[in-house]
Design a protein around this ligand. Structure first.
Ligand code: ZN
Length: 491
């Protein structure tokens, strides 16, 4: 039994991609809860070796993974052809890049891998193929010209599958112990959250909105809105619903008040004002329920670090609490340079962000169903703000159902199966106003069905994204403290 994995990266490989490779190994090893010690290639205690094919064939290490130079050098031009399931691990095959049909061979007491699992992890998590796809007016990608939908990549979290495979191999090599993934012996985690876009109805426009959505049937609720008997102030109801499943959620509030005119001119910020007394009372209520208050950064806030800072500080003043987490309204980030938005999160001191998802497609955009510190290619380092990617937003299974397996329960069961088998994480994003079952039939019901389904499994931690982030950062730091090496690209 060994307490730390001894790992060697060949110097030739390190000279070319040192920070990238160290980052991937940090993500993979912390994902599985293994501490490490970096050693040189002739070490007698070596467990994992990563280097180019000629060296790795000769290595004495117990698990050898090859560095595939042609993939690393061509990383910005690769297109996914398909996912090939080798030993149940979704392995990407790239267009015009022939590869081995075998995942590994065993030789005496050594395992020799034939695929560059480190590169695959890097390629998925840095979302390199995206830059070749077309975008809509909000800057969101259209995946229909790629093979990602047909291969169901977003549902499979291939990076998490690779990490789990490494864990299995290490276990077979008698390595132990691993730091547990989740607290209280839980096997997977689900973070619940609500984007607060429209908590107070506009009494002059809401009745028309209802009638245009539901026709004549909308007249009674439209009148109820006019009389002030109906609204979208559902906070207590959401918390009561979640408390029934021993679950807590985060509420992300916008700290910038928009207007109808700005909305009409293309800046669709929410209309409410968090400095009002009713919000101060609401913040007290949310805190007394141990739920989380996070920032819903305004539509164009990503353009200015100062603007994000102003919004964060205003919310902190109003709720009298530190705000550790963020999600952009419309998930609207810099579509030409997402890394710039991620760097802005770090600059204002968020502990985590939860915005890196696809508008129309559910699943794990970076291929990893666990929190991770993203890599910033332009800076050759990892970010200090954790990414806790949103997995399912309500609208994915309503207006975009055909993009998501055509079937709500099938899509939700599939992401649940993935995290249960991999010990991963799902982040759910449900808008506050969909509590209204008249305007949004089936929306709340689908959410409740899913959390009751997860609750009944008994082994899933249903909590806020903030609690998940705090746990993960603490766990990550404890593993780093036990480890030595693989430190290139840490700020
Ligand atoms: Zn929003």
């Amino acid at each position: 039994m060994k307490n730390r994995i001894s790992i060697s990266i060949s110097p030739q490989v390190k000279n070319q991609f040192g920070p990238e490779i160290s980052w991937v190994w940090r993500v993979l090893l912390t994902s599985i809860g293994a501490a490490w010690k970096e050693v040189n290639g002739d070490s007698s205690e070596g467990i994992i070796f990563y280097g180019d094919s000629s060296q790795h064939e000769n290595s004495k290490f117990r698990l050898s993974i090859p560095f595939h130079k042609n993939l690393w050098h061509d990383r910005h031009n690769l297109r996914l052809e398909k996912l090939s399931h080798l030993q149940n691990i979704p392995i990407p095959l790239f267009v015009k890049k022939p590869t081995s049909k075998k995942l590994f061979s065993s030789e005496c007491d050594r395992l020799i891998c034939h695929h560059d699992l480190v590169f695959y992890s890097f390629w998925f998590m840095t979302r390199l193929e995206e830059k070749q796809w077309s975008k809509n007016k909000h800057g969101f990608y259209d995946l229909s010209s790629s093979n990602w939908l047909q291969e169901e990549v977003l549902f499979k979290a291939p990076v998490t599958a690779i990490a789990r495979a490494v864990k299995q191999w290490l276990t077979s090599l008698d390595f132990a112990p691993f730091v547990p993934d989740w607290p209280q012996g839980k096997k997977a985690a689900v973070g619940l959250s609500h984007d607060i876009d429209y908590p107070e109805v506009k009494r002059l426009i809401e009745p028309f909105r209802i009638i245009s959505k539901r026709g004549m049937k909308g007249i009674p609720p439209a009148l109820a809105i006019l009389n002030g008997k109906k609204n979208h102030w559902h906070f207590n109801r959401w918390m009561e619903l979640e408390n029934r499943y021993d679950a807590k959620s985060a509420f992300y509030f916008s700290a910038k008040k928009g207007s109808l005119i700005k909305y009409a001119l293309g800046t669709p910020d929410p209309f409410y004002d968090i400095t009002q007394k009713r919000f101060k009372n609401l913040f007290r209520l949310i805190k007394s329920n141990n739920s989380e208050i996070g920032l819903h950064t305004s539509y164009n806030a990503y353009q200015s670090i100062d603007q994000i800072k102003i919004e964060k500080e205003l919310l902190e003043n109003c709720c009298n609490n530190e705000v550790i987490g963020n999600r952009h309204h419309y998930w609207h980030c810099d579509s030409n340079n997402l890394d710039a938005t991620l760097l802005a999160h770090e600059a204002v001191g968020f502990k985590y962000d939860s915005s890196i998802g696809h508008e129309k497609y559910m699943g794990w955009r970076g291929g990893h169903a666990l929190p991770y510190f993203p890599y910033i290619e332009g800076k050759n380092r990892s970010l200090k703000t954790l990414q806790v990617s949103p997995t399912w937003m309500d609208d994915h299974l309503f207006n975009y159902l055909k993009e998501n397996l055509f079937d709500r329960k099938k899509a939700l069961s599939q992401i649940a199966d993935t995290v249960i088998s991999q010990g991963g994480m799902i982040i759910i994003d449900i808008h506050n106003y969909v509590y209204d079952s008249f305007l949004y039939p089936e929306w709340k019901k689908t959410y409740e069905w899913f959390i009751s389904f997860l609750f009944e499994k008994g082994s899933i931690w249903l909590t806020t994204p903030g609690e998940i982030a705090i746990h993960w950062i603490k766990r990550y730091n404890s593993i780093i403290d036990m480890s030595q090496g693989l430190s290139e690209g840490i700020k």
